[in-house]
Write a protein that binds this ligand. Structure first.
Ligand code: ADP
Ligand code: MG
Length: 699
């Protein structure tokens, strides 16, 4: 046990009462917790103001002066301590409403103090409400550091003297007793590489910085440390999991794959597609289960990757299964696979909730007899009755709709684990892929096929609606189709529904008399009704689709060239991007109109600008992360997985990337951390992270 494990109660200046509050309010239980309770900001206190220099009233200033007089005024809730505070240029009032008796004892007339706080103007007087006060003995402040740390505190902690300053004092006490007991956590290789301060010095600096340069160095060090050990854990965990999951070895590139690639592929693969394909191939050769997430914007060509993987599985004697979240998507996949596979003599079946019982029974038998090579379907595939002869590859389109446990039902009856490829069009910001999704292997198609026309995105205000409708009309006349989308916000379902139907009536009154038909799609419709409307639109029986966001992810209607989004300011960025992806899927120039009111918040403006300026899903995902933060994007369940003390998944991409590379190299070179030069890393890891893993082999 190290001194750092000592209960916080035993630190000078704490005791049982304060300890209890520190436990409860800040989760500080032991010395280490306090040591790593970092300031959340620093205030530059290099400048001292004089009273007659105070001209701004919204920033904190510090003044040195004397207490001239003090009095307690008012009664009850208005009772306050008023202190006249003076330097050689003027007088200000210091006003205290709380802890009056205690302060009254602490503040002495005629003595010199340093005060720090936000000035306010009241009746021509300048006053400070609850400024920080420090008694100055001698001529200069005992603490001459220019950057003053601020710690989070709470009402309750305040009441026992543990405001930010009180906590800072405890940290000072702590650093005194710790002296030589802070252990290094990094190798000298890494410390030299990044020119970090040693660990003891870094703690001193982050709590009591001498200057900005050293402060930033120590902040970077602790961010790196946190992310580096997180990466080691993730990589270790991944390795352990992988080694436990033996799977098929697809080392043959056989006739099906080659014939398809050489003779039937009508276009060249993009470089990104080639890279991804080779990542998948080498993954499927290793004898362990592939667990790969394939990210690629809409239209980046994920389907072809799926098909080639399926052919690899076939050439290696295995069946495949492709699962989509909805009937429509499954059917679409079935059709496009049939298109690609027609020359290949591949036996493909479609199984959804709608499949007739007799046909279904036939399919089930053929799956078991290995008469079917590929089955495409919906949730219907994870019913108990479905079992395969030799399932080697599972592909899941649009990952977020299926949980992990649902997925594994697919191979519940299998002898061996199949490889898994999850495809998603929702780009995940880089920092999240490296942490929250860090245990999946990642392939990214970050390049669109050539000659793809970008969707022109245009922001318009509500008053311009007629102009936009005129544009819509011109596209309809060219035989194109149009989506018009309304927001749906859960809390005001009724109102939104009204908006939608009002909009629908309006659109109908304008366009119907010109001979165009209109579909409407919203959450109140039954599943079958939705499917009927969707099918009508797909078959060009209707020309305009008025909808809430229920338009399904992945739906492919190449003839639709306009996406008109009403109240676009109410949509999230990733949602806007997804909606925009519904158009521009054919060869024709396509448009996305973002219609908003005049009143826009700062965030809404940022979102709209991002949409107009960029069509790159990854860039948009990064901006979205900046606006919303990781918690909001991931939802509470997942973000709980990553509890970072100092590093930020929004700001620290570069540090994270370095940490990941360094952790990878380290484990490649010294998988069990047995080398002498890595002893600090090993000790630190074993103490703070190993319990998270079932990592028994090292100790
Ligand atoms: P998504 O990633 O959205 O699923 P798809 O796989 O549906 O994209 O591909 C979109 C369209 O682009 C399809 O019509 C497909 O045939 C075509 N495509 C895919 N890859 C290429 C390529 N390398 N060159 C040209 N067209 C391609
Ligand atoms: Mg797709």
């Amino acid at each position: 046990m190290s001194i750092l494990d000592t209960k916080i109660e035993f630190l000078k200046g704490v005791g049982p009462k304060r300890a209890l509050l520190l436990n409860k309010e800040l989760s500080i239980f032991c010395f280490l917790d306090l040591l790593t309770f970092f300031p959340y900001r620093y205030i530059d206190r290099s400048k001292f103001y004089r009273v007659n220099e105070i001209s701004t009233f919204d920033v904190n200033v510090q003044i040195i002066g004397f207490v001239k007089k003090k009095k307690i005024a008012g009664f009850g809730r208005k009772k306050r301590l008023v202190v006249s505070f003076q330097d050689d240029t003027g007088i200000v009032d210091l006003i205290f409403f709380k802890r009056i008796t205690w302060l009254d004892k602490f503040i002495h007339i005629g003595k010199k103090y340093l005060i720090f706080g936000k000035p306010t103007r009241f009746n021509n007087n300048i006053s400070f409400v609850h400024p920080e006060m420090e008694l100055l003995e001698g001529s200069v402040s005992k603490r001459s550091y220019a950057l003053y740390p601020n710690y989070h505190s709470s009402e309750k902690l305040n009441s026992v003297g543990l405001n930010s300053k009180g906590i800072s004092k405890l940290v000072l006490n702590l650093l005194e007793v710790l002296d030589n007991s802070i252990m290094e956590s990094l190798s000298s290789l890494l410390i030299n590489k990044y020119q970090f301060l040693d660990r003891t010095h870094s703690f001193q600096t982050i709590h009591f910085p001498d200057n900005l340069k050293l402060l930033n160095k120590s902040i970077d060090r602790f961010k790196f440390e946190e992310l580096f050990f997180l990466q080691i854990s993730i990589l270790k965990q991944k390795k352990i999991k992988k080694e436990r999951s033996r799977s098929f070895i697809f080392n043959k590139v056989g006739p099906k794959f080659n014939i398809f690639y050489d003779e039937h592929l009508e276009f060249d693969l993009t470089n990104a597609q080639k890279r991804v394909m080779s990542e998948i191939r080498s993954d499927m050769c290793e004898g362990f289960q592939m667990n790969r997430l394939l990210q690629g914007d809409v239209g980046s060509g994920k389907t072809i990757i799926a098909i080639m993987s399926i052919l690899l599985a076939y050439d290696n004697g295995c069946q495949s299964c492709l699962m989509a979240p909805t009937e429509i998507l499954a059917t679409q996949h079935f059709n496009s696979v049939m298109e690609f596979a027609k020359h290949l003599d591949l036996k493909v079946a479609l199984l959804t909730g709608k499949t007739k019982k007799s046909i279904k029974n036939q399919i089930l038998i053929e799956l078991k007899n290995k008469k079917i090579d590929l089955i495409i379907g919906t949730h219907a595939l994870i019913e108990d009755s479905v079992s395969f002869a030799r399932l080697g590859l599972v592909i899941i389109d649009e990952q977020h709709k299926f949980g992990v446990s649902q997925r594994s039902k697919l191979w519940a009856n299998s002898v061996s684990l199949p490889h898994v490829l999850v495809m998603t069009a929702t780009p995940i910001p880089r920092t999240l892929s490296m942490t929250v999704y860090g245990d999946l292997d990642l392939s990214i198609i970050d390049e669109l096929p050539p000659n793809r026309k970008q969707v022109l995105t245009i922001h318009k205000y509500d008053k311009d609606i007629n102009e936009v409708f005129h544009f819509v009309y011109k596209e309809l006349k060219k035989d194109k189709q149009v989506y018009i989308v309304y927001p749906l916000i859960e809390e005001s379902k009724v109102l939104d529904y009204k908006n939608l139907t009002k909009g629908y009536e309006n659109i109908k009154s304008i366009f119907e008399k010109k001979g165009f038909k209109i579909s409407i799609l919203h959450g109140r419709l039954k599943k079958e009704e939705k499917a009927i409307e969707m099918t009508k639109f797909i078959n060009k029986e209707t020309h305009i689709m008025v909808a809430t966001t229920v338009i399904e992810v992945g739906v492919n209607i190449p003839n639709a060239t306009v996406m008109l989004i009403q109240n676009a300011e109410k949509f999230g960025l990733s949602q806007l991007h997804q909606l925009r992806g519904r158009v521009g899927r054919g060869g024709d120039k396509s448009y996305c109109f973002l219609l908003t009111s005049n009143k826009l918040t700062h965030d809404a403006k940022t979102r709209l600008r991002a949409m107009v300026e960029s069509s790159d899903g990854f860039k948009i995902a990064e901006i979205d992360l900046n606006l919303r933060g990781p918690g909001d994007i991931l939802g509470t369940r997942q973000s709980g997985l990553i509890n970072l003390k100092i590093a930020s998944l929004v700001e620290d991409y570069d540090i994270l990337n370095n940490a990941r590379i360094d952790a990878k190299n380290l484990l490649l070179d010294d998988p069990d951390l047995e080398k002498y030069e890595n002893r600090f890393i090993k000790n630190f890891f074993l103490k703070h992270h190993a319990q998270l893993l079932k990592w028994g082999s090292v100790s």
